[in-house]
Design a binder for this molecule. Structure first.
Ligand code: NAD
Length: 253
């Protein structure tokens, strides 16, 4: 699939990994529709120029995401792909130090945003892209979801986050199998630890410890390193139905 003059929806585009993907796709000649809960996404679209528009929205809302997809259909020649980066991190022990059980609503909220939100974006994007005229090899679209290494090596306190991301991993193959008949690929990236605002609340000594835990290179990943993998997934049609760890070899303890 080519990026030049093609239109991509990027969720979570107001920050971190999504923002880096927007910059990279526009630099490669693509058009982007940026979706985020935060208002800042409008400024991000303005910075990127005519190739970018922003639609503020919540990935868990059917109406909001349909509006994003409709905007993408009208921004160029129709929707070619989605990079779904919107997500939240959460930490809570099953039983806290006072013996209280974890908050059930907080657990459900993480799963609702990270997992149900992913399904919502995927179903609406796939329905739209299934109507595209076929390109090379009959290809009609590509969906890139974001899991996490926590899907595989979740740490203490990550029951909700790990479960939500393991769900994203679990959907990759059945979704890729089903959408193959429409020429739509589905991939997931499982990042290790990346330098984004999501990490900003973590104390400096904990970030240093995380960097040291990466076999090589001993540092956090840069958002553009993530965006480069997303770009490769878009342009390399043999990548399908797989989850790629992008983590410098880290295995969380
Ligand atoms: N940064 C890391 O180290 C890391 C590691 C593994 C996985 N991830 C995953 O990568 C994705 C992007 O993370 P990031 O580091 O760029 O985080 P970030 O906090 O910088 O960006 C996430 C963006 O998602 C948006 N968002 C949150 N909930 C939303 C909703 N309901 N609807 C629309 N937008 C919403 C936020 O406003 C924010 O702009 C997340 O799914 C995260 O879990 C990040």
């Amino acid at each position: 699939m080519r990026i030049e003059n093609a239109t991509f929806v990027i969720t979570g585009a107001g920050s971190g990994l999504g923002s880096a993907c927007a910059e990279r796709l526009v630099a490669a000649g693509g058009r982007v529709v940026l979706c985020d809960l935060s208002e800042g996404v409008q400024d991000q679209a303005r910075r990127l120029g005519d190739a970018a528009i922003a639609v503020q929205g919540d990935v868990t809302s059917a109406d909001d995401i349909q509006a994003v997809i409709d905007a993408a259909q009208a921004h160029g020649d129709g929707l070619a792909g989605v990079i779904h980066c919107a997500g939240v991190v959460s930490v809570a022990k099953l039983v806290d130090r006072h013996g209280n059980p974890a908050d059930l609503d907080a657990y459900a909220r993480t799963v609702q945003i990270n997992l149900v939100g992913t399904f919502n974006v995927m179903r609406l994007a796939a329905a739209a892209m299934s109507q595209n005229p076929p390109g090379d090899d009959g290809e009609r679209g590509v969906i890139i979801n974001i899991a996490s290494v926590a899907a595989f090596d979740g740490q203490v306190g990550q029951c909700a986050y790990s479960a939500s991301k393991a769900g994203v991993v679990g959907m990759s193959l059945p979704a890729a199998r089903e959408l193959s008949r429409h020429g739509i690929r589905v991939m997931a990236i499982a990042p290790g630890v990346f330098e984004t605002p999501m990490m900003a609340d973590i104390p400096e000594d904990a970030v240093a410890a995380l960097s040291q835990a990466v076999p090589f290179p001993k540092r956090l990943g840069k958002p553009d390193e993530f965006a480069r993998l997303a770009e490769q997934i878009i342009t390399n049609s043999m990548l399908n139905g797989e989850v790629i760890r992008l983590d410098g070899g880290i295995r969380m303890q």
